[in-house]
Design a protein around this ligand. Structure first.
Ligand code: FEO
Length: 164
């Protein structure tokens, strides 16, 4: 059975993944409404993935006889005025998720819950990959710039990223 203090943090992580899923859905809708079809596809998929991350935590908590609390995702206003804002929102959200995953890993270590620690390694690796991807997309977008056919090129860049 999972410790109560860890159960609380797992539920907070469930909320964070759920919020990420909703935020990426909003980014996907902005992209789809502004002609960035590939970027929209990328963020619809990211939104699904974050929901998957949330469900993985839900199932784990049930298996460890924890109580799952589902709260509504936090509504953080994201000011999106262009595709660069979309990419920045993606990166900042991933940094936020990494912070909470690290806090959860620290708490599992402190409570000597090696089962939870092992389970959480997947999230540590996933965050490394997602942060790297988000940062790399921003760097590439900067190289493309914001003149001429940049909208098409950035959308194409996200078509390539979607396949990964
Ligand atoms: Fe599940 Fe990348 O946050």
């Amino acid at each position: 059975m999972i410790a109560e203090s860890l159960e609380k943090l797992f539920n907070e992580q469930i909320l964070i993944e759920n919020t990420a899923s909703t935020e990426y859905l909003k980014l996907a809708i902005w992209c789809a409404s502004n002609g960035f079809d590939n970027a929209a596809k990328f963020f619809f998929k990211q939104s699904e993935e974050e929901r998957g991350h949330m469900l993985k935590l839900v199932h784990y908590l049930i298996e460890r006889e924890g109580k799952v609390v589902i709260e509504l995702p936090k509504n953080r206003e994201q000011k999106i005025e262009g595709i660069f804002d979309v990419l920045q929102a993606f990166y900042h959200n991933e940094l936020n998720v990494t912070k909470s995953v690290n806090a959860l890993v620290s708490a599992a270590t402190a409570s000597g819950d090696y089962n939870a620690l092992q389970f959480l390694q997947w999230y540590v690796q996933e965050q490394h990959e997602e942060e790297t991807q988000a940062r790399s997309l921003i760097e590439k977008a900067k190289l493309i710039g914001n003149e001429g056919p940049y909208k098409y090129l950035i959308d194409q860049m996200l078509a390539d990223a979607e396949g990964k």
